[in-house]
Design a protein around this ligand. Structure first.
Ligand SMILES: [Zn+2]
Length: 251
C-alpha cells in the first residue's frame, strides 16, 4: 500500500470525515465570511484538497453553507457583544451597556485641576458626593496616563451640563488649568488625547447621531447669531475646541 493509498483509505474513514466537517464548521463559525472561507480552502495544500473525495467536498460545502446561513441568522450584536466583552476593558463594556435614554450629544469636560496633578475618578466622585449628588456627575474620566475610568453608568443621566443631562454622555479629562491652577489651558497629555479618541469612536459607533461638543459649546447663544461665541461661554471648560477637533471623528 503506497502512502497515497493509505491517505485515501484514511480520508474515507468516517472519523476523519466527521473531523473534517467539524473543522470546517468551526472555521465557518469563526470566520463568518465566505470570502475568507474561500481563501482558507484555497490555502489548503492542493494534495490535501485532491485527497478529499468528491462527495465529501460536497458535504463540507453544504455544511459550510448551512453554518453560514445559521450564523448569519443569529442576531449579530448579541454574539459580538458576548464575545468581545470577554476581552473588553471595563470602559468599553460600560460604553456598550444597554440604555433606554436617547443620546443626542457627548459633552467633553475638564476637571479644572492644574496640569500634571494626577486626579482620579474616585477623587472626583468624592467631590461630587460632597455636593450631595448620588454619584460622580461624569460617565467617564480620562486620567493623565490615558486610563479611561468608568464614572456613572451611561444608563443613568449624568450631572455635567445643566439642561442637557438627560440626552447626553459626559466625559471628563483630568486637567484643564495651567500649573498656576488659574489659567485655562489645554493640558491634555498625548495619552489622554489618544484615549479620548478611542472612547469617542466607541461611543460614536453606538450613537452615530450624537454630536461631540465641549461643555462651553452648550452656553446660550445670547446674541442669536447661530453660534456660541467666546464672549458667550459661561465657562472655559474643556479649555480646547472639542467641537472642531472631533467634528470629523467617525466610529
Ligand atoms: Zn465642564
Amino acid at each position: 500500500m503506497t502512502s497515497l493509498e493509505k491517505w485515501r483509505a484514511l480520508s474515507r474513514a468516517w472519523s476523519v470525515r466527521i473531523a473534517a466537517i467539524g473543522a470546517a464548521l468551526y472555521a465557518a463559525v469563526l470566520a463568518l465570511d465566505p470570502v475568507q472561507l474561500q481563501a482558507t480552502w484555497q490555502s489548503m495544500p492542493a494534495e490535501l484538497r485532491a485527497l478529499l473525495p468528491e462527495h465529501v467536498q460536497a458535504w463540507i460545502g453544504l455544511a459550510l453553507m448551512i453554518a453560514v446561513v445559521v450564523a448569519r441568522g443569529v442576531p449579530q450584536p448579541a454574539v459580538d457583544r458576548r464575545l468581545s466583552l470577554l476581552a473588553a476593558p471595563a470602559w468599553q463594556a460600560a460604553a456598550r451597556a444597554t440604555i433606554a435614554r436617547r443620546i443626542t450629544s457627548i459633552a467633553i469636560h475638564c476637571s479644572a485641576t492644574p496640569a500634571g496633578r494626577d486626579v482620579r475618578a474616585a477623587t472626583i466622585r468624592g467631590w461630587h458626593k460632597a455636593k450631595g449628588w448620588s454619584d460622580i456627575g461624569y460617565h467617564f474620566v480620562v486620567d493623565l496616563d490615558g486610563t479611561i475610568e468608568v464614572g456613572r453608568p451611561i444608563a443613568q443621566a449624568g450631572a455635567h451640563v445643566q439642561g442637557y443631562n438627560n440626552n447626553s454622555i459626559g466625559i471628563c479629562y483630568v486637567g484643564g488649568l495651567a500649573a498656576d491652577g488659574k489659567t485655562s489651558a489645554d493640558t491634555r497629555t498625548p495619552a489622554q488625547k489618544a484615549a479620548l479618541v478611542a472612547l469617542l469612536r466607541e461611543l460614536k459607533a453606538r450613537f452615530p447621531a450624537a454630536a461631540v461638543k465641549g461643555h462651553r459649546d452648550y452656553s446660550p447663544d445670547a446674541n442669536g447669531n447661530g453660534r456660541v461665541d467666546r464672549a458667550e461661554w459661561l465657562k472655559d471648560c474643556p479649555c480646547f475646541d472639542a467641537q472642531a477637533e472631533y467634528a470629523d471623528l467617525r466610529a
